[in-house]
Design a protein around this ligand. Structure first.
Ligand code: HEC
Length: 214
């Protein structure tokens, strides 16, 4: 009897600490804070040693909605430190060298999210480009969003380059790109902050399944 109560209690605790699993799909054009902005910022800025961990740089933490919002003026990207800092150069470059600066796609995503009111949207990214033939163009969009800042030719993390079609093909064939998306088979989880959305993963997997067309 005691054991049953304990199990029930445990079940309750487990259920309460989990985020809801089924999410509403994002309406067209709406950016998901949970699936797009938070992973991007956490991976590139909110890591231990930078703006995360026990002792964040400059006392500035960038690993949650509340902490990120301290550098954001909703509806006003041009006036938001979080966006402006992405254009700094030299010593003020963010993320600092040797990490790469954000791609145009990444900057634009942050811009759009702030312009949309910088809300804590949790909707599910659903604009999966799974109609028609898979193309490298949609793969490159996903990589520009999630990977390129750490995997540019001039300073590629883990010696994995993801700039060009040939680079990505090599990474899939020889460097475990697909396995790394789930941190499987001994490959490191990529991006380090956690898996990309199912939608973006599907775009990569579908392209690989089709023989990586150019
Ligand atoms: C914040 C920086 C960062 C981001 C963003 C990032 N990576 Fe990495 N990646 C690394 C680092 C650092 C390593 C080297 C890890 C090691 O060897 O310990 C690495 C290694 C890899 C490897 C080799 C894995 C292994 O275990 O050998 C692959 C493949 C890879 N990344 C692909 C990707 C892809 C695909 C994305 C986007 C979906 C991505 N990375 C996003 C930093 C990053």
């Amino acid at each position: 009897m005691k054991q049953t109560t304990l199990i029930l209690l445990l079940l309750l605790v487990v259920q309460c600490t989990h985020e809801p699993i089924i999410q509403e799909d994002c309406p067209p054009g709406v950016i998901s804070f949970q699936e797009e902005i938070l992973p991007l910022i956490k991976t590139n800025c909110g890591t231990p040693g930078c703006h995360g961990g026990a002792f964040p740089e400059d006392g500035l933490r960038l690993d949650s909605y509340a902490s990120i919002m301290r550098k954001v003026k909703p509806n006003n990207p041009e006036d938001s430190k979080l966006y402006r800092v992405l254009f700094e150069t030299g010593e003020d470059q963010m993320p600092p060298s040797p990490m790469g600066v954000f791609s145009a796609a990444q900057k634009n995503l942050i811009y759009q999210w702030i312009a949309q009111g910088a809300e804590k949207t949790t909707c599910h990214v659903s604009n999966c480009d799974t109609i028609g033939n898979p193309s490298f163009a949609s793969v490159q969009q996903v990589i520009d969003l999630h990977c390129i800042s750490c995997h540019r030719t001039n300073n590629p993390a883990g010696n994995v380059k993801l700039d060009t079609y040939a680079d990505v093909k090599t990474a899939v064939t020889n460097q475990g790109l697909i396995q790394s998306l789930q941190g499987q088979y001994g490959f490191k989880q990529m991006p380090p902050s956690g898996p990309i959305s199912d939608c973006h993963m599907a775009i990569l997997e579908r392209w690989v399944g089709a023989g990586m067309p150019q």
